[in-house]
Design a protein around this ligand. Structure first.
Ligand SMILES: [Zn+2]
Ligand SMILES: [Zn+2]
Length: 370
Protein backbone atom coordinates (compact mmCIF):
# COMPACT_ATOMS: atom_id res chain seq x y z
CA UNK A 1 0.00 0.00 0.00
CA UNK A 2 1.35 3.39 -0.93
CA UNK A 3 1.41 6.19 1.60
CA UNK A 4 -1.37 8.77 1.37
CA UNK A 5 -1.54 12.48 1.87
CA UNK A 6 -4.36 15.01 2.11
CA UNK A 7 -4.66 18.22 0.15
CA UNK A 8 -7.26 20.97 -0.21
CA UNK A 9 -8.16 21.02 -3.87
CA UNK A 10 -9.73 23.99 -5.63
CA UNK A 11 -12.34 22.28 -7.81
CA UNK A 12 -14.16 25.38 -9.05
CA UNK A 13 -14.61 29.10 -8.36
CA UNK A 14 -14.52 29.62 -4.57
CA UNK A 15 -14.93 25.86 -4.02
CA UNK A 16 -12.54 23.58 -2.20
CA UNK A 17 -12.61 19.86 -1.45
CA UNK A 18 -10.32 17.81 0.72
CA UNK A 19 -8.83 15.02 -1.35
CA UNK A 20 -6.50 12.11 -0.72
CA UNK A 21 -3.50 11.51 -2.97
CA UNK A 22 -0.80 8.86 -3.15
CA UNK A 23 2.55 10.07 -1.95
CA UNK A 24 4.51 10.26 -5.22
CA UNK A 25 7.73 8.42 -6.00
CA UNK A 26 10.65 10.74 -5.54
CA UNK A 27 13.48 10.39 -8.11
CA UNK A 28 17.10 11.16 -7.11
CA UNK A 29 16.87 14.72 -8.45
CA UNK A 30 13.78 15.70 -6.44
CA UNK A 31 12.48 15.97 -2.88
CA UNK A 32 9.27 16.39 -0.94
CA UNK A 33 8.54 19.13 1.52
CA UNK A 34 6.37 18.28 4.50
CA UNK A 35 4.29 21.42 4.85
CA UNK A 36 4.44 23.35 8.12
CA UNK A 37 2.77 26.61 7.13
CA UNK A 38 1.22 28.06 4.00
CA UNK A 39 0.49 31.77 4.19
CA UNK A 40 -2.66 33.10 2.55
CA UNK A 41 -2.21 36.27 0.54
CA UNK A 42 -4.41 38.85 -1.14
CA UNK A 43 -3.71 37.25 -4.52
CA UNK A 44 -5.30 34.03 -3.22
CA UNK A 45 -8.50 35.95 -2.54
CA UNK A 46 -8.81 37.14 -6.14
CA UNK A 47 -7.51 33.91 -7.70
CA UNK A 48 -9.84 31.73 -5.64
CA UNK A 49 -12.94 33.34 -7.15
CA UNK A 50 -11.84 32.72 -10.75
CA UNK A 51 -12.86 29.70 -12.83
CA UNK A 52 -10.28 26.92 -13.21
CA UNK A 53 -7.96 27.26 -16.18
CA UNK A 54 -7.53 23.50 -16.50
CA UNK A 55 -7.77 20.64 -14.03
CA UNK A 56 -8.33 21.35 -10.30
CA UNK A 57 -5.34 22.64 -8.40
CA UNK A 58 -3.86 22.91 -4.94
CA UNK A 59 -3.44 26.57 -4.01
CA UNK A 60 -0.96 27.95 -1.46
CA UNK A 61 2.16 29.76 -2.68
CA UNK A 62 3.79 31.09 0.52
CA UNK A 63 5.25 27.87 1.80
CA UNK A 64 7.43 26.82 4.70
CA UNK A 65 8.16 23.18 5.41
CA UNK A 66 10.57 20.46 6.40
CA UNK A 67 12.43 18.55 3.71
CA UNK A 68 11.60 14.86 3.43
CA UNK A 69 12.65 12.09 1.03
CA UNK A 70 15.45 14.24 -0.36
CA UNK A 71 16.92 12.50 -3.42
CA UNK A 72 20.69 11.96 -3.59
CA UNK A 73 21.21 14.23 -6.59
CA UNK A 74 18.96 16.88 -5.09
CA UNK A 75 20.95 16.78 -1.85
CA UNK A 76 24.28 16.93 -3.68
CA UNK A 77 23.26 19.74 -6.01
CA UNK A 78 21.33 21.89 -3.54
CA UNK A 79 23.11 21.34 -0.25
CA UNK A 80 19.95 20.42 1.65
CA UNK A 81 19.05 17.26 3.53
CA UNK A 82 16.07 15.57 5.17
CA UNK A 83 14.79 17.53 8.15
CA UNK A 84 15.92 20.99 7.02
CA UNK A 85 13.36 23.73 7.67
CA UNK A 86 13.07 25.82 4.50
CA UNK A 87 11.12 28.57 2.84
CA UNK A 88 10.16 27.66 -0.72
CA UNK A 89 9.84 30.41 -3.32
CA UNK A 90 6.74 30.06 -5.47
CA UNK A 91 8.74 30.64 -8.65
CA UNK A 92 10.08 27.54 -10.38
CA UNK A 93 12.67 29.01 -12.76
CA UNK A 94 14.41 27.45 -15.77
CA UNK A 95 17.70 27.90 -13.92
CA UNK A 96 19.83 29.05 -16.82
CA UNK A 97 18.48 32.37 -18.11
CA UNK A 98 19.98 35.76 -17.35
CA UNK A 99 17.29 36.59 -14.77
CA UNK A 100 17.85 33.41 -12.81
CA UNK A 101 21.57 34.07 -12.52
CA UNK A 102 20.66 37.38 -10.91
CA UNK A 103 18.18 35.79 -8.52
CA UNK A 104 15.31 37.57 -10.26
CA UNK A 105 13.26 34.42 -10.79
CA UNK A 106 10.02 36.32 -11.11
CA UNK A 107 11.12 37.56 -14.53
CA UNK A 108 12.09 34.12 -15.87
CA UNK A 109 9.90 33.03 -18.79
CA UNK A 110 9.49 29.60 -17.18
CA UNK A 111 7.62 31.16 -14.24
CA UNK A 112 5.14 33.02 -16.47
CA UNK A 113 2.16 30.91 -15.46
CA UNK A 114 -0.36 33.47 -16.65
CA UNK A 115 0.62 33.17 -20.32
CA UNK A 116 2.28 29.78 -20.51
CA UNK A 117 0.17 26.74 -19.56
CA UNK A 118 3.34 24.68 -19.05
CA UNK A 119 4.91 27.15 -16.62
CA UNK A 120 4.86 25.96 -13.04
CA UNK A 121 4.34 28.32 -10.17
CA UNK A 122 3.54 26.98 -6.73
CA UNK A 123 -0.07 27.64 -5.80
CA UNK A 124 -1.17 28.27 -9.39
CA UNK A 125 -0.44 25.01 -11.21
CA UNK A 126 -3.07 22.35 -11.89
CA UNK A 127 -3.00 18.61 -11.34
CA UNK A 128 -2.49 18.25 -15.12
CA UNK A 129 1.22 18.67 -14.57
CA UNK A 130 2.54 15.58 -12.74
CA UNK A 131 2.78 14.86 -9.89
CA UNK A 132 0.29 17.65 -9.12
CA UNK A 133 1.59 18.56 -5.68
CA UNK A 134 2.25 22.21 -6.58
CA UNK A 135 0.51 23.99 -3.74
CA UNK A 136 1.00 24.44 -0.01
CA UNK A 137 -2.57 23.73 1.11
CA UNK A 138 -1.46 20.10 1.31
CA UNK A 139 0.44 17.73 3.56
CA UNK A 140 3.30 17.61 1.05
CA UNK A 141 4.65 19.65 -1.85
CA UNK A 142 6.84 18.23 -4.64
CA UNK A 143 10.24 19.81 -5.26
CA UNK A 144 12.06 19.30 -8.56
CA UNK A 145 15.72 20.24 -8.83
CA UNK A 146 14.95 23.82 -9.87
CA UNK A 147 12.91 24.60 -6.73
CA UNK A 148 14.32 27.67 -4.97
CA UNK A 149 14.84 27.15 -1.25
CA UNK A 150 16.01 29.35 1.59
CA UNK A 151 17.15 28.08 4.98
CA UNK A 152 14.92 29.35 7.78
CA UNK A 153 17.21 30.98 10.36
CA UNK A 154 17.47 29.37 13.77
CA UNK A 155 14.98 30.65 16.31
CA UNK A 156 12.35 31.60 13.75
CA UNK A 157 9.19 29.50 14.01
CA UNK A 158 7.64 28.10 10.82
CA UNK A 159 4.69 30.44 11.30
CA UNK A 160 6.98 33.46 11.59
CA UNK A 161 8.98 32.28 8.58
CA UNK A 162 5.64 32.19 6.75
CA UNK A 163 5.85 35.98 6.71
CA UNK A 164 8.85 35.76 4.38
CA UNK A 165 6.76 36.34 1.25
CA UNK A 166 5.03 39.59 2.26
CA UNK A 167 8.22 40.69 4.00
CA UNK A 168 10.36 40.06 0.93
CA UNK A 169 7.85 41.95 -1.20
CA UNK A 170 8.00 44.77 1.35
CA UNK A 171 11.79 44.90 1.07
CA UNK A 172 11.72 44.65 -2.72
CA UNK A 173 9.08 47.31 -3.28
CA UNK A 174 10.01 49.74 -0.53
CA UNK A 175 13.81 49.53 -0.44
CA UNK A 176 14.97 48.13 -3.79
CA UNK A 177 12.28 49.63 -6.05
CA UNK A 178 11.24 52.66 -3.99
CA UNK A 179 14.77 53.49 -2.86
CA UNK A 180 13.68 54.14 0.74
CA UNK A 181 16.57 54.52 3.14
CA UNK A 182 17.91 56.69 5.91
CA UNK A 183 15.75 59.83 6.46
CA UNK A 184 13.24 59.00 3.69
CA UNK A 185 9.62 59.99 3.95
CA UNK A 186 7.19 57.29 2.85
CA UNK A 187 3.49 56.96 2.23
CA UNK A 188 2.23 53.38 2.42
CA UNK A 189 -1.32 52.97 1.19
CA UNK A 190 -3.20 50.01 2.65
CA UNK A 191 -2.60 48.47 6.10
CA UNK A 192 -2.91 44.78 5.15
CA UNK A 193 -0.08 42.31 5.66
CA UNK A 194 1.71 43.71 2.61
CA UNK A 195 1.46 47.30 3.80
CA UNK A 196 2.66 46.24 7.27
CA UNK A 197 5.69 44.54 5.77
CA UNK A 198 6.52 47.64 3.67
CA UNK A 199 6.26 49.62 6.89
CA UNK A 200 8.68 47.30 8.72
CA UNK A 201 11.11 47.42 5.79
CA UNK A 202 11.03 51.23 5.75
CA UNK A 203 11.43 51.41 9.51
CA UNK A 204 14.37 49.02 9.53
CA UNK A 205 16.02 51.04 6.75
CA UNK A 206 15.86 54.24 8.80
CA UNK A 207 12.97 56.11 7.20
CA UNK A 208 12.24 59.38 8.94
CA UNK A 209 8.48 59.65 8.47
CA UNK A 210 6.26 56.72 7.62
CA UNK A 211 2.60 57.37 6.95
CA UNK A 212 0.10 54.52 6.53
CA UNK A 213 -3.40 54.95 5.12
CA UNK A 214 -6.50 52.79 5.52
CA UNK A 215 -10.27 53.02 5.63
CA UNK A 216 -12.59 53.14 8.64
CA UNK A 217 -12.88 49.34 8.75
CA UNK A 218 -9.09 49.22 9.15
CA UNK A 219 -9.17 50.91 12.59
CA UNK A 220 -7.48 47.96 14.33
CA UNK A 221 -4.93 47.54 11.53
CA UNK A 222 -4.01 51.21 11.76
CA UNK A 223 -3.37 50.73 15.49
CA UNK A 224 -1.11 47.79 14.66
CA UNK A 225 0.69 49.96 12.08
CA UNK A 226 1.44 52.45 14.84
CA UNK A 227 2.72 49.69 17.09
CA UNK A 228 5.02 48.56 14.29
CA UNK A 229 6.46 52.05 14.01
CA UNK A 230 4.26 54.15 11.71
CA UNK A 231 4.73 57.85 12.54
CA UNK A 232 1.21 58.69 11.40
CA UNK A 233 -1.87 56.84 10.20
CA UNK A 234 -4.70 58.26 8.12
CA UNK A 235 -8.26 57.00 7.81
CA UNK A 236 -9.00 58.18 4.26
CA UNK A 237 -12.74 58.11 4.90
CA UNK A 238 -12.51 60.52 7.80
CA UNK A 239 -9.65 62.75 6.74
CA UNK A 240 -8.29 64.15 3.49
CA UNK A 241 -5.20 61.99 2.97
CA UNK A 242 -3.43 64.51 0.74
CA UNK A 243 -3.96 67.38 3.13
CA UNK A 244 -2.78 65.27 6.07
CA UNK A 245 0.27 63.95 4.22
CA UNK A 246 1.36 67.46 3.35
CA UNK A 247 0.74 68.57 6.92
CA UNK A 248 2.82 65.71 8.33
CA UNK A 249 5.68 66.40 5.91
CA UNK A 250 5.68 70.16 6.52
CA UNK A 251 4.15 70.85 3.10
CA UNK A 252 6.91 68.99 1.28
CA UNK A 253 5.25 65.72 0.31
CA UNK A 254 6.83 62.29 0.57
CA UNK A 255 9.83 60.82 -1.25
CA UNK A 256 8.20 57.48 -1.95
CA UNK A 257 4.68 56.08 -2.21
CA UNK A 258 3.92 52.35 -2.15
CA UNK A 259 0.45 51.22 -3.12
CA UNK A 260 -0.57 48.18 -1.07
CA UNK A 261 -4.31 48.69 -1.39
CA UNK A 262 -6.28 45.92 -2.97
CA UNK A 263 -8.58 47.26 -5.57
CA UNK A 264 -8.43 50.94 -4.60
CA UNK A 265 -6.54 51.39 -7.91
CA UNK A 266 -7.42 54.80 -9.24
CA UNK A 267 -7.76 56.72 -5.98
CA UNK A 268 -4.48 55.32 -4.66
CA UNK A 269 -2.59 56.23 -7.83
CA UNK A 270 -4.01 59.76 -7.96
CA UNK A 271 -3.20 60.35 -4.30
CA UNK A 272 0.29 58.97 -4.86
CA UNK A 273 1.03 61.43 -7.66
CA UNK A 274 -0.12 64.39 -5.59
CA UNK A 275 1.40 63.30 -2.28
CA UNK A 276 4.97 62.98 -3.55
CA UNK A 277 7.44 65.84 -3.22
CA UNK A 278 7.71 68.61 -5.81
CA UNK A 279 10.33 66.81 -7.94
CA UNK A 280 11.80 63.35 -8.25
CA UNK A 281 9.46 61.24 -6.13
CA UNK A 282 8.91 57.54 -6.75
CA UNK A 283 5.65 55.64 -6.77
CA UNK A 284 5.47 51.84 -6.69
CA UNK A 285 2.11 50.53 -7.90
CA UNK A 286 0.32 47.20 -8.19
CA UNK A 287 -2.05 47.83 -11.12
CA UNK A 288 -3.75 44.48 -10.73
CA UNK A 289 -4.93 42.34 -13.64
CA UNK A 290 -6.04 44.32 -16.65
CA UNK A 291 -6.52 47.52 -14.65
CA UNK A 292 -6.83 50.69 -16.71
CA UNK A 293 -8.19 54.09 -15.97
CA UNK A 294 -9.17 57.04 -18.08
CA UNK A 295 -7.71 60.52 -17.58
CA UNK A 296 -4.48 59.25 -16.09
CA UNK A 297 -2.62 62.50 -15.29
CA UNK A 298 0.62 61.50 -16.98
CA UNK A 299 1.54 65.15 -17.56
CA UNK A 300 1.36 65.78 -13.84
CA UNK A 301 3.58 62.77 -13.24
CA UNK A 302 6.24 63.86 -15.74
CA UNK A 303 6.04 67.51 -14.64
CA UNK A 304 7.02 66.32 -11.18
CA UNK A 305 9.84 64.23 -12.60
CA UNK A 306 8.38 61.19 -10.93
CA UNK A 307 9.43 57.61 -11.37
CA UNK A 308 6.69 55.02 -11.64
CA UNK A 309 7.61 51.44 -10.77
CA UNK A 310 5.75 48.15 -10.77
CA UNK A 311 5.38 46.06 -7.63
CA UNK A 312 6.06 42.57 -9.00
CA UNK A 313 7.08 40.00 -6.43
CA UNK A 314 10.57 39.69 -5.02
CA UNK A 315 14.16 38.72 -5.76
CA UNK A 316 16.22 36.00 -4.06
CA UNK A 317 18.09 38.63 -2.08
CA UNK A 318 14.87 40.23 -0.83
CA UNK A 319 13.83 36.86 0.64
CA UNK A 320 17.19 36.42 2.38
CA UNK A 321 16.87 39.89 3.91
CA UNK A 322 13.25 39.20 4.84
CA UNK A 323 14.21 36.09 6.81
CA UNK A 324 17.02 38.08 8.41
CA UNK A 325 14.80 40.93 9.57
CA UNK A 326 12.09 38.55 10.79
CA UNK A 327 14.69 36.65 12.82
CA UNK A 328 16.05 39.90 14.28
CA UNK A 329 12.91 40.13 16.45
CA UNK A 330 12.90 43.88 16.11
CA UNK A 331 9.18 43.89 15.42
CA UNK A 332 6.24 42.40 17.37
CA UNK A 333 5.25 39.90 14.68
CA UNK A 334 2.52 38.50 16.94
CA UNK A 335 0.44 41.56 16.14
CA UNK A 336 0.14 40.62 12.49
CA UNK A 337 -0.04 36.81 12.74
CA UNK A 338 -3.73 36.86 13.53
CA UNK A 339 -5.19 33.52 12.43
CA UNK A 340 -4.31 29.84 11.98
CA UNK A 341 -6.44 27.30 10.17
CA UNK A 342 -6.25 23.60 9.31
CA UNK A 343 -6.52 21.98 5.90
CA UNK A 344 -10.28 21.54 6.15
CA UNK A 345 -10.65 25.30 6.72
CA UNK A 346 -8.83 26.56 3.61
CA UNK A 347 -11.99 28.05 2.12
CA UNK A 348 -12.67 29.99 5.32
CA UNK A 349 -9.01 31.01 5.61
CA UNK A 350 -9.01 32.57 2.13
CA UNK A 351 -12.33 34.29 2.79
CA UNK A 352 -10.94 35.66 6.06
CA UNK A 353 -8.09 37.36 4.21
CA UNK A 354 -10.74 38.80 1.88
CA UNK A 355 -12.63 40.25 4.86
CA UNK A 356 -15.53 37.78 4.59
CA UNK A 357 -14.58 35.12 7.11
CA UNK A 358 -13.05 35.52 10.55
CA UNK A 359 -12.81 39.20 11.55
CA UNK A 360 -9.55 41.04 12.14
CA UNK A 361 -7.36 39.07 9.76
CA UNK A 362 -3.96 40.47 8.86
CA UNK A 363 -1.68 37.51 8.20
CA UNK A 364 -3.42 34.15 7.98
CA UNK A 365 -1.60 30.81 8.13
CA UNK A 366 -2.83 27.43 6.95
CA UNK A 367 -1.21 24.66 8.96
CA UNK A 368 -1.97 21.49 7.02
CA UNK A 369 -1.32 19.05 9.90
CA UNK A 370 -3.29 21.05 12.47
ZN1 LIG B 1 1.19 35.97 -2.44
ZN1 LIG C 1 14.99 31.32 -16.27
Amino acid sequence: MSEKLLAALKVGPATTELREFDLPDVPPDAALMRMEVAGVCGTDVSQYKLPLRGAPLIMGHENVGTLAKVGSLFAKHKGFKDGDLVFLEHYLPCGHCEWDHMGEYRHCAATEWFYDPQAIRYGYTSLDIAPGLWGGFSHYVYLPLNAVLHTVPRGLSPEEAGLATPMSNGIQWTLFDGGVGYASTVLIQGPGQQGMCCLMAAKQAGADRIIVTGTSKDARRLEVAKALGADAVIDVQREDPLERTLEITGGRGVDVVVDCTSGAGRAAVLLGIEATKRRGGTMVVQGEGNATFADFPIGRLTRKGMTLKSARGHSYRAVELALHVLASRRFPLDLIMTHRFGLSEVDFAIKSVGGEGAPGAIHVSVMPWK
